[in-house]
Each structure stands twice: as C-alpha cells, then as structure tokens.
Write a protein that binds this ligand. Structure first.
Ligand code: ZN
Length: 345
C-alpha cells in the first residue's frame, strides 16, 4: 500500500510535468500557426493591393516617339505597351526595370504613323509581378522621313496629310498669298504650368521653321512655362478662343484685329506666346478679355494668378526670340502686343 502509494505519489508529479510540456508545446504550435497565418494574410493583402498607376504623355520624333511619365518611388518598375492599333492588338511590350526612370525613346518605328501608347507599373512579390491598371492611352504621330530633326522631340516637316485635314476651312483656306507648301508643321517639347513635359505643335512659315524649333528648344532648356500649345484649329480657327485658353500658336490665315490687312500670322511669320497672360492691348481694350488683369505689367502690382509668367523686355524669353531675329510686340508704342513675336525672314 505504502509502496503503491509511494509509487502513486511519485508518479503523479511526473504526469503533471508531462502535461505541462504538452501544453507548452501546444501553445508554441498555436503561436507559430498564428504567426504563419498573419504572414499569409499580409501576403494576400499585398497581392490584392494594386500598385499605383501613372499618367503618360508622348512626343513624336523621327520614326519613333518619346514617352514621359510621373516616376514613382513605390514601384519596382514599369511596362510600356504600344501598338499601331487603337485597341492594342499585337501590342509590343517593353519592361523598364529602373524605377528612377521617367522617360524612354522608342525607335525604329514607321515614319509618319500614329501609335497608341499606355503604361502600367508593377511591384515584385517573390518571383511574380503585380501590375497596376493601365494608364490612359495616348496617341502619338511619328515624324515623316523627310523631317528636319533638331533634337529628340524637336522637329519640323511639311504639313502632314492629317494636319492638313485639321487646318482646311479653319486656319487655312485656299488663297493667293500663302500656299500650304510654304508652311511647316513644328513639334517641340515644353514644360507646362504644372512643370510637366508636354509635346506642343505649331504651324509656321518654312522660312522660320528651323529657328522656331531652336527657339523652343532653348525655352525647354530653361524650363520656360507654357500653358498650352495646340493648333488654333482645335478652337475652330478662332483666335479669341485660342487666346482665352492661353494657347500658344502661330499660323492663322486672318486679318489684323480691327483691320482688313493680313496679319503676320496669316504668313506664319508670327508666334503668340501664352496670350492670356500676355494680352494684346489697344486703347485700353484687352484681348483676350480674360487676360485683363495682365494689362498691368508690373509684377508687384499685377493681381493675375500667373503674373510670374508675363514676358518683359530683356528677360530670358525675350532674349531667346531676339537671338533668332524675332521682334516683340511689347516693344511697340501702340498697340501693345505682349504675346507677339514676329520674324521678317
Ligand atoms: Zn500675334
């Protein structure tokens, strides 16, 4: 009895210790599986969360184009997709693995052709890539093979068929003063008012086409802010509408405001730069009307939002245009045409 009891007594604590160990083992197991489960949950959540999308802009160049995007620090890379087909049939893909990249030139494409481009970002997760949704697709036309290419994104060429179509009946109509073959289509890059690189377009006389390209290349080098640069045809050929949109433009077959004689713009020999901020002022009348605050040319007195973008005599933009033989309408005694740069030949 005693022995048994002794044995019993001696065994009981042993059993307790064994059970304790099992409990500890179980707790560790449960803890480990919890850790594993939560790690799995994090992974699933990461897979669910798409990386951020980007916005893109493209500029045509000789037999190719340049794509710009807002680079992001929180992605592993980018994928460019481009196609001659609007719905991206047979699209080519290009992987950009440098996350610090913000532009890429695509070469060896067909000349004088429209391409559609879009982009998505990705983050790597293990051995796989998680992609963002695609950016909005943009269309871009490559330069014709005969184009004069000054720098990537800066060129001029004979008026392409698609541009002629846009111009006819708007900025251009058949006349005895200027032939379409006397004009050139100019493409340049510029920084917009938000500091973003954009591709701009102008139509100018062939006599000043190359120097126009060079002027805008110099403006681009100093990151000169230009709000918009599309053909006046996008405004139905209306100078007033184009100016109100602060759109930089050149050729427009029209008369001088308030007269019957042809404007220098009718020959493609003049360029209006940021016209809303640099209006045309005659006898106190301001054109465009929404530029009236900028009649006051003194920056410390002007109340316009974009007063820092006004052109002044002998400032950087004035000097660049002057270097290439342009004169400034702000130098005239009356009217004062602060947006206007013109060339003689
Ligand atoms: Zn003008």
């Amino acid at each position: 009895m005693c022995d048994y009891a002794d044995v019993f007594i001696r065994r009981k604590p042993q059993m307790k210790s064994h059970r304790k160990k099992s409990y500890i083992f179980l707790i560790i197991l449960m803890f480990l599986s919890l850790v594993q489960a939560s790690a799995y949950a994090v992974e699933v959540r990461a897979a669910d969360r798409q990386p951020p999308a980007v916005t893109v802009s493209a500029a045509g160049t000789k037999a190719g184009f340049i794509l710009y995007w807002n680079k992001r620090a929180d992605v592993s890379g980018y994928e460019i997709q481009y196609s001659a087909d609007k719905s991206f049939k047979n699209a080519k893909k290009l992987l950009i693995t440098q996350k610090g990249a913000s532009s890429r030139t695509i070469k060896n494409l067909k000349a004088n052709k429209t391409y559609y481009v879009r982009m998505r970002t990705y983050v790597t997760s293990g051995s796989s890539r998680i992609y963002s949704r695609y950016s909005k697709a943009v269309s871009v036309a490559t330069a014709s093979s005969g184009a004069y290419l000054y720098k990537e994104g800066f060129y001029c060429e004979k008026i392409p068929a698609a541009v002629k179509k846009r111009m006819m009946g708007k900025s251009y109509r058949t006349n005895s003063h200027i032939k379409l073959s006397d004009l050139r289509y100019v493409r340049v890059l510029y920084y917009d008012y938000n500091g973003k690189i954009k591709s701009g377009e102008l139509v100018v006389n062939r006599k000043i086409a190359k120097k126009t390209v060079k002027v805008f290349y110099e403006l681009y080098q100093i990151k000169y802010p230009i709000q918009k640069m599309v053909l006046v045809d996008n405004y139905g050929g209306s100078d007033e509408k184009s100016m109100s949109a602060n759109n930089t433009s050149a050729f427009n077959y029209r008369t001088i405001s308030g007269s019957r004689s042809l404007s220098n713009h009718a020959y493609g020999m003049a360029i209006d730069l940021n016209p809303m901020v640099n209006p045309y002022v005659k006898n106190g009348r301001v054109s465009p009307a929404n530029g009236k605050l900028y009649k006051e040319r003194n920056v410390s007195k002007c109340r316009g939002k974009y007063k820092k973008n006004m052109i002044h005599k002998n400032d950087k933009v004035y000097k660049i245009f002057k270097k290439y033989g342009f004169t400034w309408g702000g130098d005239w005694s009356s009217p004062k045409d602060y947006q206007h740069f013109e060339a003689r030949s």
